[in-house]
Design a protein. Sequence first.
Length: 560
Amino acid sequence: MKQLLLFFFLIVFTCMNAQNDSLKNSTFESLEASYKKMLYTNTSQALSYAIKAKEIALTSNNHTHITKAYYYIANCYYNMGANSDALQPIELALANSTDSTDIVLLYNVALLHGHILSELGEDSKALKAYVKAQEYAEEINNPEYEISVLTNIAYIKKIHKDFQEAINMYKTVLQKLETLEESQNNNVYKAIALMNIADTYLWLQKTDDASYYNEQGLKLSSRLNMELLHHPMLMNKAIIYYQKEVYGECIKLAKQIATLTKDDEKKSLHLTALFYLGKSSYKLKNYEEAIAFLEEVLQAINSSSTVDVNEKELHEFLALLYNKVGNAEKNLFHFKKYVELEKKQSAEDLKINNETHELVDLVSVQSEIREIKASLADETNSKRVISIVALLLLVLLIISSIYYKRKGRIIKQKFDKLLEKVTALEKEETSEKAVPKKEKVTDAKAAVILEKIDAFEKRESYLSTECSLGFMAEKLETNTSYLSKVINKYKKKTFTAYITELRINNSLIRLKNDKTLQSYTIKAIAEEFGFKRQETFSKAFKAQTGIYPSQYLKKLRKNR
């Protein structure tokens, strides 16, 4: 037996030595080729080739090879899901690439750096890496490179609730894909864009738009057997049913998705299905069943840091459910968690969105500067060019001056009209509000609701940051569906437009008359008038008045 074991050991040892000798005698180029061949079939083996390539590169002190080797090592770890292990080699690749002129290599390093940071939850840092990759993509001047970066930046925008920007970026991806020939890779990007546009429209509760893009995505993913993308789009369809209040169909489809995804390594889709089973059960007043589904989701979140579920909304629904079943202790616990997460997410979203706008704008400015430098470099010593540039700058200065004066006049005109509107609103506020004539409201139930709406407005309950359709329905002792119909019919607006108009009108009057309030930050003012986010308030104010709140405040202070 001992002899047999010794013989077996000698065979294994000989094979290992043979492999090591083979690697030892390899060139960087041959190891690179072996790495590329094995990356997706045997990633561990590819990693051993990359590590040996790094040793050869370090010995020869070839910085391009060193950069590539560290990139290959990081890519192996990333494909193995070991993102923490991937971070150091990708940063070493960056450090060694400072003098590189290989734009494609620089692009790949920056893009992978973004992927790794994003997987580690470092979205702010990931964004900077993606923007750097975008610069390189523009230099390469190939739509395929730009598509990859735009897709990732759009995803960060989406998860941090800058929804319209995310939609615009994904639609840009679709436009760029139209210029390319159809391929498996391009079809994957198309399906990803369609899926995310639908998902983002669902966040905005634009259900018809979501359905349009989701159906396109379902057809594409079904035709090409893209199971990994087909399941999320089925989940989108379930959410569309939920938003259309077809709760039975939502439950039916969500159960199907929960079964299909129960063995997935990443549990997010499975838990999203359970989440909507819980939400739909709540809407159908099956409270105990809803609690069971949502508690299962919460347990999964508490036992894993990688689960991607809307934890804030989860606590919101659990708070509502425990209130319905009379469990005050759990109701309070989940409400506190909801408030805590609301504050945290709002701060994170604002930080990421501000950085996104700054970085994307910076790339645009840097690009313009590079173009100007390039155009002037060939004729630096030419007096004629200097004269032309000086003349152009003078013309630009004159045009800018005219533009800003005109813009100032337009803002002043809008402000003056706005003050007239505010004066009219103030007069309306001091006089008794017109009550809809009884004979025009033939529905007795609607007349009662309209009276309650009038009282709701007078109490200024709409200024609460928690003022949702459900909140208002509860205060008026009716259901959300009927309240929505009454507002649509008699106020001639959607619920969101109705509440937003009340808030903006209130802000116009109070800001005009309250000097203390004029000294607040825009964020504080937004919260004062029921908006959870500064950005939402600014957009709503601009849409209703034609100017931003900062411009309104500036004019008010000037008129003191």
